[in-house]
Structures are given as structure tokens and as C-alpha cells.
Design a protein around this ligand. Structure first.
Ligand code: KG4
Ligand code: ZN
Length: 365
């Protein structure tokens, strides 16, 4: 029989401070008993990106409040937890340290075991929490900080098929919105404008589509958009609302085509293993985009795999995914102690080299 477990999870690797309680009774599947997320958007809005020092301080100030609220929501006490799971990387190091130190204090105080969780594993295991997917499944993690294809084989077994070599798509949406004088976060605003626009008016590039493999690049797309914008301004003396809509539609179509075509290749590699219950899961803020989601869903139908996308509040950063990953890691025998350290980089697939560079939300790992 599977051991029933109730775990408190903590997350503080970027700009969301979060705590959650997840229980898995071993019979009816995992259940989120509480999930508290305190965002920091307003603290960073004047700076055009997340300021690591401000983020770390806010995490340190708010973690215990989040834990208190999560325990209250779950109507449980710390003593009723089986273990504490905490994001130990990758991410902005000050924030990760805040979480790890808080978790160590709680674990020492309550005499509980501690499990350090990889933030990306939290995202990658979420479809098991929400949809009960069985291993192995293909995952596209696509947000403001991440963009990679993973074959998820187990709680600590991942094959990375490829990812962005520069910006994450969410970052590109945000920069596009900025270049067009639209608000932040850019994704939803660009999507709204794109609905009214002509996706064929501006022939933007499809970076790396001409090369084999699943790697992607989005920074050139942003530069191409800037040039198209400036050419319009030079020609007409300014940008009209139709120009803006058409630029948004053309940009979104380029991102969607790159993600869809690279997904087709990743699916080919994944399906070559003959998985028993083939499934493709997409997660991260960009998965909220109706056009991108729709195209990935159509592709999945075409190649005969189940398509799933966790609800948005579990796609974006949260602690329920960390608590759930903690349950799986704990069951697989993972245990940490007071020597657990915070890691700014922590690639999921240890066979692959780390991604170079750092996005606006920290290391891409
Ligand atoms: O997963 P997330 O909340 O945070 C991390 O990046 O970790 O993702 C946020 C990103 C932002 O860059 C935002 O512009 C993008 O997801 N996003 C979207 C949409 N909604 C959010 N991008 C495209 N279309 C959307 N509808
Ligand atoms: Zn994340």
C-alpha cells in the first residue's frame, strides 16, 4: 500500500512567495488542501524586471505569513505534516536562500524531515497532480523564465530534448508589449491586440526552424519586431492602432509556429519510445495563450497523444507543485538535512549541459 503523506511546500525562487499543503492518501490521489501565493509585481514594476535584492527581502518578510495562512486554510498544524518540501533551486539565489532557511527552521523546530525540490521538477510533475498522467510523458514548459521540452520519466528522471538558447517566449511577449507601448505583463495584452490583427502583414522570422532538433530562439524575433515597428514609424510618421494589432498578430503567429513545429519534433522523439499512455502536457504562463494552446492541442490530436494543460494558477509559480513534487521525492527516498544548500543553477537533465545566460527572472538552468 502507498504510504499516505501530507506535505508543506515552500516556493520563493522568483517573484512569488508561496506556501501550500498537499495530501496524498495513497488511494484517491493527491489533493491540494491549501495554496497561498503572494505576488510581488507591484514591488518590481518601476524597474522593468525582477530586482533580486527586493525579491529576496520580500520573500524573507512574507514566507512565515504564507506558511501561517496555508496551515490555517488546511486546518492542520505543523506537527501534522510528514515533511517539509522547499524549492532549493534553480532561481534567484537570495530568494531561494530565504525559502531554504525558513524550511530548515520549521523542520528543526518541528522535528520534521526536509526535502529540497527542483523548481523545474515542480512544474514538470504538475500534470501528475492535476491530471494523473503516467510516466513517461512529454512536457513543454513555457513561461517568462523557462522554455524547454522534457520527457518526464520519474520524479528525478528527465530527458531534456531542447529549449531556448536565449529569451523565453514570455519574455519576448513582454518585450513586444514594451516596444509597442502596451502594458505589462505583455502576454495577455499582445494576445488581445493580436485578435484584431492580420498575422500575415509583417513577415517576421521563424528562428531556428530551419535547423534540426528542438532548440529555439526568441531574441531575434524581438529585434525583427523592433525593425518592423521603426519602418512603419518612418513611413507613416507613427503607429496606428491597426499597425499595432497587426504587429501583435504577426509576432504571436511567429511564436506559435516555432513552438508548434518544435513540439512536432519533440513528439516524434518521445513517441519513438512507444510510451504506453502517450501524453503531451504544456505548462507555464504562455500556455494561457489561446492560439498557442489551440495549435498544440490540434497537433496532439493529429499525432494521437492526450493533450493536457494544468489550470493557470498551477501553471504559474506556486507551492502546491513543490509540495506535490516533495511527496514523490519523499516516496522515492529523498531526504535532506541542515546541509541542504540553495542552488542558483540546477539542470533537471544531468546528461545535458546547463543553459547559458540568465533571463529577467533568473538563471534558465
Ligand atoms: O509562468 P509565469 O507566470 O512566470 C514565470 O515566468 O515563471 O509566466 C509569466 C509569463 C509572462 O512573460 C507573461 O507575459 C506570459 O507568461 N503570459 C502570456 C500570456 N499570459 C501570460 N504569454 C502569452 N499569452 C498569454 N495569454
Ligand atoms: Zn517557474
Amino acid at each position: 500500500m502507498t504510504q499516505p503523506l501530507t506535505i508543506l511546500g515552500l516556493e520563493s525562487s522568483c517573484d512569488d512567495t508561496a506556501a501550500a499543503v498537499v495530501r496524498d492518501d495513497g488511494v484517491s490521489g493527491p489533493e491540494i488542501l491549501a495554496s497561498v501565493v503572494m505576488g510581488q509585481t507591484s514591488l518590481h514594476s518601476d524597474f522593468g524586471g525582477v530586482v533580486p535584492e527586493i525579491a529576496a527581502r520580500a520573500h524573507a518578510e512574507r514566507l512565515d505569513l504564507c506558511v501561517e495562512q496555508a496551515l490555517m486554510q488546511s486546518a492542520l498544524t505543523l506537527a501534522e505534516m510528514d515533511t517539509i518540501a522547499v524549492t532549493a533551486g534553480p532561481g534567484l539565489i537570495g530568494g531561494v536562500i530565504s525559502g531554504v532557511m525558513c524550511a530548515k527552521g520549521l523542520a528543526a523546530g518541528a522535528g520534521l524531515p526536509l526535502v529540497g525540490v527542483n523548481h523545474l521538477a515542480g512544474h514538470a510533475l504538475t500534470p501528475r497532480l492535476t491530471d494523473g498522467l503516467t510516466y513517461p510523458y512529454l512536457m513543454l514548459l513555457v513561461s517568462g523564465g523557462h522554455c524547454q521540452f522534457l520527457i518526464v520519466r520519474g520524479s528525478d528522471s528527465f530527458t531534456r530534448l531542447g529549449g531556448t538558447i536565449d529569451d523565453a517566449p514570455g519574455e519576448a511577449f513582454d518585450k513586444t508589449a514594451k516596444l509597442l507601448g502596451l502594458g505589462q505583463p505583455g502576454g495577455p495584452v499582445v494576445e488581445r491586440h493580436a485578435k484584431a490583427g492580420d498575422p500575415k502583414r509583417f513577415p517576421l522570422p521563424r528562428p531556428l526552424l530551419d535547423r534540426p532538433g528542438c532548440d529555439m530562439s526568441f531574441s531575434g524575433l524581438k529585434t525583427a519586431l523592433l525593425r518592423a515597428r521603426d519602418a512603419q514609424i518612418a513611413e507613416r510618421g507613427g503607429l496606428g492602432s491597426t499597425d499595432r494589432d497587426d504587429l501583435c498578430a504577426s509576432f504571436q503567429a511567429a511564436v506559435a509556429e516555432v513552438l508548434t513545429e518544435k513540439s512536432r519534433r519533440a513528439l516524434e522523439v518521445y513517441l519513438a519510445d512507444n510510451p504506453a499512455e502517450p501524453a503531451f502536457a504544456v505548462a507555464g504562463g504562455v500556455a494561457a495563450n489561446g492560439m498557442i494552446r489551440g495549435e498544440l492541442e490540434t497537433l496532439s490530436k493529429e499525432v494521437g497523444v492526450r493533450f493536457t494543460a494544468p489550470p493557470l494558477d498551477l501553471c504559474t509559480d506556486n507551492a502546491a507543485m513543490i509540495a506535490y513534487a516533495g511527496i514523490e521525492r519523499f516516496r522515492d527516498g529523498a531526504r535532506d538535512d541542515m546541509t541542504l544548500s540553495a542552488r542558483p543553477r540546477w539542470p533537471l537533465d544531468r546528461q545535458q549541459p546547463s543553459m547559458l545566460g540568465s533571463g529577467k527572472k533568473g538563471a534558465k538552468a
